[in-house]
Design a protein around this ligand. Structure first.
Ligand SMILES: [Zn+2]
Ligand SMILES: [Zn+2]
Length: 422
């Protein structure tokens, strides 16, 4: 009997992932995310059948964000993922309710639905198979953020592998993905960097550290804007490994994310590296907004959210420091088009709510990506050696599928709402 795959989102774009696997006896949803930057907030296609299980690859909102909405609609199934993804997702779910409210956007779930999703969460470990009805499932380390997983499903003798987001290369925080995965019949792969390469990581780190050192030497304040999960901790590890000793602060949601990640030392490439770096550098947490005014009176480094300047503690620092040429702002990740960060890079102005200012600080963007590059994607997909490949989660999934076909791989890029029998 054939299994039906339905692509509910993240087709030809990044955001609101969701894949429904229907074996006729089991209905399994892999990821159910949202795109908070869109107005209105973008959700995947609706799920109108009773689910047996939701598999969560990792906590990022584009994969986890709409899971509480399933419970709002009365689903009762377990949510299965790595242990760490539970507190990380909870933090992001509650935050997205707050952000939606602040921006006057409708959020389709509430705090009770988040409570339910947390209650229904079941933790699994890498490489330990588990059953969903007659389906055997196993999670493998995806090397993207702490706890990120790929899922391999075995259904009636057929294997389906879904990568979620993955990285083949080590970062300072975590090791690259597991390569030792049984050959599947069907592969569903992310394609974020399809057609794109990363700059040399070490050079990128050196450029970043140079900016930090120059700023501190000028008695300026160095603001490092990062995503709360993984990127902020990566920034701390880079600062530590280059011996930065100036006062380093962490502010905003970064604090909570750092605490959670520190509680899972075994998921870090070097056991307990985050805690060790924090201790060595004497990193201080900004426990109260009133502290901010005081700390920027002296040269220091502040690692804070949000990664694209669309809210969070970074707004305060930009309001106060935008006119100071001795201060710097490092953007440590991709800036989604039309976000505050993207517009700042293009226009030199920071525009957010009632703020509209020219930014005289040194603003630089760095690529500390946690996604496989084009070469890495092609190598991994070649090694996996599936009979059929579906490309999702990228700005140019069609182009990437074409690239794979030129390597002799049977690949295609589904559109939102497409169904396939495999
Ligand atoms: Zn991700
Ligand atoms: Zn993603």
């Amino acid at each position: 009997m054939l299994t039906e795959l339905s692509f509910l989102g993240a087709c030809n774009q990044v955001g609101s992932s969701g894949i429904l696997v229907d074996t006729r006896t089991e209905k399994i949803l892999m990821d159910y995310g949202l795109k908070l930057q869109d107005k209105p907030i973008q959700y995947p296609e609706e799920v109108d059948i009773r689910l047996n299980s939701v598999l969560l690859t990792h906590a990022h909102l584009d994969h986890s964000g709409a899971i509480p909405y399933l419970f709002h609609q009365g689903q009762k199934c377990p949510v299965i993922g790595q242990e760490i993804s539970r507190p990380l997702s909870k933090m992001l779910w509650l935050d997205s309710i707050k952000i939606a409210k602040m921006e006057g956007e409708k959020c389709k779930f509430n705090n009770n639905d988040v409570k339910m999703a947390v209650k229904k969460y079941q933790a699994v470990s890498y490489r330990k198979p588990f059953k969903i009805g007659r389906v055997a499932a196993t999670s493998y380390d995806a090397g993207h953020i702490p706890g990120s997983s790929m899922f391999l499903l075995e259904i009636n003798g057929k294997k389906i592998l879904y990568t979620g987001d993955f990285n083949t290369e080590d970062t300072r925080l975590i090791a690259g993905c597991d390569w030792n995965i049984p050959e599947p019949d069907v592969l569903i792969t992310e394609s974020t960097y399809g057609g794109k390469e990363h700059p040399d990581r070490e050079q990128e780190e050196r450029k970043f550290i140079q900016l930090v050192k120059d700023t501190l030497a000028n008695d300026g304040v160095m603001i490092v804007s990062s995503f709360a999960i993984a990127r902020s901790q990566e920034a701390l590890l880079i600062l530590d490994s280059y011996g930065i000793k100036s006062p380093v602060y962490i502010d905003g949601m970064t604090q909570k994310a750092t605490e959670i990640i520190s509680n899972y030392p075994h998921l870090q490439k070097e056991y307990n590296s985050v805690n060790n770096a924090i201790t060595r550098m004497g990193v201080k947490f900004v426990e109260h907004p009133a502290q901010r005014k005081k700390i920027i009176k002296n040269p220091c480094v502040v690692v804070t959210t949000s990664g694209m300047l669309s809210g969070g503690a970074v707004v305060y620092y930009l309001k106060k420091l935008h006119g100071r040429e001795d201060c710097s702002l490092a953007l440590t990740g991709f800036q989604v088009p039309d976000t505050e960060g993207d517009r700042l890079l293009k226009t030199g102005r920071y525009v957010h709510d009632d703020v509209d200012v020219r930014v005289d600080m040194n603003v630089e963007k760095f690529d500390f990506s946690a996604h496989a590059s084009d070469t890495d994607l092609v190598n991994f997909i070649g090694k996996v050696n599936a009979k059929k490949v579906f490309c999702i989660h990228g700005d140019n999934t069609k182009g990437f599928a074409e690239e794979l076909r030129s390597h002799g791989i049977d690949a295609e890029a589904p559109s939102r709402g497409d169904n396939y029998r495999v």
